[in-house]
Design a protein around this ligand. Structure first.
Ligand code: FAD
Length: 515
């Protein structure tokens, strides 16, 4: 114990010499402030020290010192993770938010270079007024979440229907490897010392991909090279309600709209009818006529570079959505007549980062156990039955009053993917944590086994995928071999994916749930 304390103390002093007294702390109030993400199902976890480097070289020095004393490290961006990803029990928590510079906005070649601790809000505030967008505009937490967190979590967010997940707009990264040398590498075109970072493929194998969605297990991203797109100036939002609660139609309509509108489709999402009915029940001033809510609400956002093009898209969408009386146009005032809806709908960046907050704060004092995952288009009907079946079967295990949603929103992603945004909550009391955590893992196993693919994996989800026996032994070995190459002392983000050491046998974490 004494030895452990002295190695932490020595490391602290050495890091302090590198980054300065103001940017390192082991004070309790600082450690407490960093002890959680937005994931109260986890207990508090206190790091031994919080460090806030400003440059890639400082990150590299911290990694060297961590290796010298064999102290583990966890990288952290905005800390807006929902699944226990960016906290550390003991060890060094590396807060990257001082690395927040926008280094280049290259309008000629449509890319930008940023430090990974910059937030989506700050980056978009810079590029948007110039008429550009990053396409994917980041998560609902984008006022505080960082680019590094988005790349590490394979985040989906605004613009994802058209542009994909955050890694899809990434042309390369600068990464500090967790090895004893704290090696700094660049990927994509930036790996070629003579080239500008304008493209991702062709210089070497796609090593960028290694670090995408790794939840900080393979390296610490310090810079990112991202695509820029001209922001299409014409946008329109259309709303429909399906005349039946028919998830086969959700698939068919999404498939058709994707097929015929494709590039013009900025967003397409569905709100299940039970949620609409809940919303209608909560309205204070009820409409004179009871709203007819029989199927999911569908919201479609279109964009184009020319007003004439957008009118063609509108016509096409109307044709698809109302054919055979499958759906009808919908106005939210049918539910809430006092709702103020401006005559002309405008697209606001602010809304992208605000829409999620009311959903999360429906239950401000609750534990939130999120289960957002992707499924292929054509499995929608089957999964709309399989997913809620879990909640019904395990009803007694949920705490009284807890709300479990298989889907609060279903959003269309590129090619044929839906993302099913869901989860459950419980009262935020100590005695509920263990039960909620178990139930959370069990629900995740269920989703993994019907072929659901999650994205922010952090700790709870990455471990649940292993527990469900989703990865083959060969894949797990490959993952370990890669990690060992970059992190021989096993110091970066331990525990994720149930990787606790290189000698550990992962099969002891497999869980057989009763079916
Ligand atoms: C209100 C709210 C709305 C949200 N909306 C969405 C959403 O729409 N879509 C979505 O996908 N997620 C969403 N999230 C979850 C989360 O905020 C996002 O995934 C976000 O991208 C995380 O970014 P961050 O900077 O906060 O990362 P952190 O929470 O700090 O870290 C996330 C993970 O990445 C690792 N990491 C962070 N930075 C680095 C780095 N530079 N190098 C290596 N590893 C790193 C961490 O170790 C951790 O495992 C939401 C969360 C909240 C609270």
């Amino acid at each position: 114990m004494v030895k452990l304390m002295s190695k932490v103390k020595n490391a602290y002093k050495e890091i302090e010499n590198i980054i300065g007294t103001d940017f390192i702390s082991d004070k309790d109030y600082v450690k407490a402030a960093y002890s959680r993400n937005v994931d109260p199902a986890f207990p508090d976890r206190w790091a031994d020290m919080i460090v806030r480097p400003e440059t890639t070289e400082e990150v590299s020095e911290i990694v060297r010192i961590a290796n010298k004393y064999k102290i583990h490290m966890v990288p952290r961006g905005g800390g807006a993770d929902l699944v226990g990803g960016s906290v550390s029990e003991g060890g060094i928590l590396i807060d990257l938010t001082r690395m927040n510079k926008i280094l280049e906005v290259n309008e000629d070649d449509y890319y930008c270079v940023v430090e990974c601790g910059v937030t989506w809000g700050a980056l978009l505030s810079e590029v948007h007024p110039r008429g550009y967008t990053t396409g994917v505009t980041g998560p609902g937490s984008g006022f505080s979440a960082t680019i590094g967190g988005g790349l590490s979590n394979s985040t989906a967010g605004g613009g994802s229907c058209k542009y994909g997940l955050v890694p899809d707009i990434c042309l390369g990264v600068e990464v500090v490897l967790p090895n004893p040398q704290g090696t700094i590498i660049r990927t994509g075109a930036a790996a070629n010392r003579y080239a500008a970072p304008f493209c991702r493929y062709g210089v070497a194998p796609d090593f960028t991909g290694l670090f995408m969605g790794d939840v900080g297990t393979l390296g610490i991203k310090t810079k990112a090279f991202l695509k820029l797109f001209p922001e299409p100036p014409f946008k329109k939002n259309l709303m429909y309600i399906l005349n039946k609660n028919d998830f086969q139609k959700v698939f068919e309509l999404s498939h058709e709209v994707r097929k015929w509108v494709n590039d013009g489709l900025l967003g397409m999402s569905f709100v299940p009818v039970f949620l609409l009915q809940m919303m209608a029940a909560q309205v204070k001033e009820k409409p004179a006529k009871r709203p007819r809510l029989k199927g999911p609400l569908c919201s479609i956002t279109l964009e184009a570079t020319d007003e004439r093009i957008i009118e063609v898209y509108v016509e096409k969408v109307n044709e698809i959505m109302t054919k055979d009386n499958v759906a009808r146009p919908f106005d939210l005032r049918e539910i809430n007549p006092t709702l103020e809806i401006p005559e002309k709908w405008t697209y606001k960046m602010k809304n992208l980062f605000n829409y999620f907050h009311p959903l999360i704060s429906v239950a401000p004092s609750k534990l939130t156990c999120t289960t957002c995952h992707k499924i292929p288009f054509s499995s929608m009907e089957e999964i709309s039955k399989k997913a809620p079946a879990f909640d019904i079967k395990h009803k007694k295990e949920f705490q009284p009053g807890s709300l479990s949603l298989w889907a609060g929103v279903i959003a269309v992603l590129p090619n044929g993917n839906f993302v099913v945004v869901g989860g459950f909550n419980a009262n935020n009391v100590e005695e509920q944590r263990e039960n909620s955590m178990k139930l959370w893992h069990k629900k995740l196993h269920h989703q993994v086994k019907y072929g659901g693919v999650h994205y922010w994996l952090g700790e709870s989800i990455s471990q649940s995928i292993v527990e469900a026996d989703a990865y083959t032994p060969e894949f797990m070995q490959f993952f370990k071999d890669i990690k060992k190459t970059v992190d021989p002392n096993f110091l970066l983000s331990p525990n994720k994916f149930h990787l606790h050491s290189y000698d550990d046998d992962y099969t002891k974490y497999l869980v057989k749930d009763e079916e």
